[in-house]
Write a protein that binds this ligand. Structure first.
Ligand code: TPP
Ligand code: MG
Length: 238
């Protein structure tokens, strides 16, 4: 986020798709000019990031425009790269690759559900971008990220930058630290040392039952947890 902010000038526009990174951007990406961080809450439709960046780029031809997408959301509307190339736009698309529906993984973990059906494979994004006539590059090290983003903007045209992302900090930062800051305690139903506690979840595991065949844990107390409280206060949703 810090590196993105360095590369995007105050009037540059960042258009988010929907995924885990949206929570991080919504909380940490500082703006000083109105309408320079575009994100859709409410329905929070995956696939919207690239089209909204295309429109921003069409309207603001003189500004830097960056679409930020997860690998799942990007692949829901990636054919719009053709539109961007055909219209000769200047646009950078940052694809954050975890080969998974990362936000749903986080939510399922927080709510005490098991990790089920969240992984998928991706195309070679650089080759994929080139097949549309766009440019493509892959970030190999954190230290080269901002330079690669800067180079993509300088080169102009449509440029896809793919960066591997590690979401292992989600539970620590977005659940535990938030609890300590807001004063919301851990779910009172969590027993220290219980399975839910060990997993770092909010304690619903204790109330879970098992669906035969799927191995999916369902909570019968899903409305009572602190994660629901947080969502209910108007934070970005999925
Ligand atoms: C069209 C649509 N389908 C499903 C969802 C629910 N949903 C919200 S975030 C998300 C996962 C996003 O995965 P990805 O784009 O890879 O981003 P990540 O969280 O992994 O960074 C899903 C399935 C949605 N918001 N929109
Ligand atoms: Mg993903």
């Amino acid at each position: 986020m810090h590196d993105v902010r360095k590369v995007i000038p105050p009037d540059g526009i960042v258009a988010l798709d929907n995924g885990m990174y949206k929570i991080w951007f919504a909380r940490n990406y500082r703006t000083s000019v109105a309408n320079t961080l575009l994100l859709d809450n409410a329905l929070a439709t995956m696939g919207a990031g690239l089209p909204s960046a295309i429109v921003a780029s069409l309207i603001h031809t003189d500004k830097r425009v960056l679409a930020v997408c997860g690998d799942g959301g990007f692949m829901m509307n990636s054919q719009e790269l053709e539109t961007a190339v055909r219209l000769k736009l200047n646009l950078v698309v940052l694809v954050l690759e975890d080969r998974a529906y990362g936000m749903i993984r986080w939510k399922q973990e927080v709510d005490g559900f098991c990790d089920f059906g969240l992984d998928f494979g991706n195309p070679d994004f650089v080759a994929y971008a080139k097949s549309y006539g766009a440019r493509g590059s892959r970030v190999g090290k954190v230290s080269e990220f901002s330079m690669m983003l800067e180079a993509a903007f300088r080169e102009g045209g449509v440029h896809l930058v793919v960066a591997p992302i590690d979401y292992s900090e989600n539970i620590r930062v977005l659940v535990k630290e938030l609890h300590s800051v807001t004063g919301l305690c851990e779910n009172p139903f969590t027993e220290p040392g219980s399975e839910a506690d060990v997993q770092g979840t909010s304690g619903f595991g204790r109330f879970c039952s098992l669906i035969p065949g799927l191995g999916v844990k369902l909570s019968n107390d899903i409305l009572a947890g602190p994660t629901v409280l947080l969502r209910g206060r108007g934070g970005p949703s999925a």
